[in-house]
Design a protein around this ligand. Sequence first.
Ligand code: NAD
Ligand code: UD1
Length: 350
Amino acid sequence: MILVTGGAGYIGSHAVLELLLAGEEVLVLDNLCHSSRIAIDRVEQLAGRPLQFVKGDVRNRSLLAALFASYPIRAVMHFAGLKAVGESVREPLRYYETNVSGSIALCQAMAEAGVFRLVFSSSATVYGESPMMPITEDRPTGVPTNPYGQSKLMAESVLKGLAESDPRWSIGLLRYFNPIGAHESGLIGEDPNGVPNNLLPYMLQVAVGRRRQLNVYGADYPTPDGTGIRDYIHVVDLVKGHLKALERLEAVRGVSVWNLGTGKGHSVREMITAFEEVTGRPLPHVIKPRRAGDIAQCWSDPGKAWQELGWRAERDLISMLADAWRWQSNNPRGYAEPTPEKKTPTALAS
Ligand code: NAD
Ligand code: UD1
């Protein structure tokens, strides 16, 4: 059985589905602070079989000990965490407590239970502003400009120290580039709380009429069209990389770092054009000043994951956007129950 912390969240729910489809038994631990139980129901529906779900906090040591004592857990995928950059600046302690102390509590419980295989959700944010593209895993980590990024770097360093201290550990640090998209069924997807920070969730909410226009943060970057460039990766490709990493960790000890990206960069303007093509309607947008802490460009060299895991991203930008659009137009309010007076997304956006 695989323990998936944060398994009700955006990436975790897609990972749980992929694990179930691969025949694994899954136990999800999630406190639902940023997710819904409905995501779990839909994953079970898509997989055609049940999973074990426990509502609880990854920092709760007695709960963790009880879970490891009660279930035959052989490995852990650790998604539970907080990820809003702006919020992390306002509430740094909450971020360090969840993302760093939560990871420590989990590893202590794992060690006590004799479970030493862990896949950890890290981020390309740990590279900081890299002078050269694409980014390989051996590039030195940078200085993240916000507590969220620092918490990911700190968690990575805790896990590296742990693996150096005890050879029984096999830990995969997966550095995600920019996960977007949704399962092709349109039943599960990203459902951010409040105003989305990230580009695609914001674009989707504009397209369904929940927000007036997209703010393009900066058109004066040293990039071909002046807007920021990122490596967007389909969430289903991303989670398939997790299963490959888990498999690989059966054979290797210590810490392994893998970039999960496509190796291709797209600018904000390219994203808008492709999005308009997919939705068939214009996306209202306006150019604004650069967002504090943003970098001009960031894309991966995914070669190490291909060599060592036999994994690479397969879905192109149009399928990422089409799947995300299907999810958002079928679920304009995410997992919230629709209210009777609410208009349909088509009526709102037209
Ligand atoms: P998400 O917010 O959708 O999912 C996180 C899940 O963790 C949620 O279901 C939430 O309820 C749960 N959770 C939070 N604190 C918890 C706690 N103390 N105990 C138990 N459960 C808790 O986010 P996501 O996009 O699915 O991200 C998953 C992981 O990937 C996070 O660690 C995030 O930092 C990392 N990551 C995400 C991105 C991205 O762009 N989405 C990029 C890089 C890294
Ligand atoms: C952001 C976070 C990063 C985090 C990642 C995944 C910041 C500074 N960085 O990265 O730490 O790991 O999300 O959660 O918040 N953009 C707009 N308008 C918007 C939103 C974004 O123009 O409303 C632009 C940005 O300037 C950027 C691109 O779109 O060029 C992608 O932005 P975003 O989706 O927020 O991802 P990152 O900036 O890569």
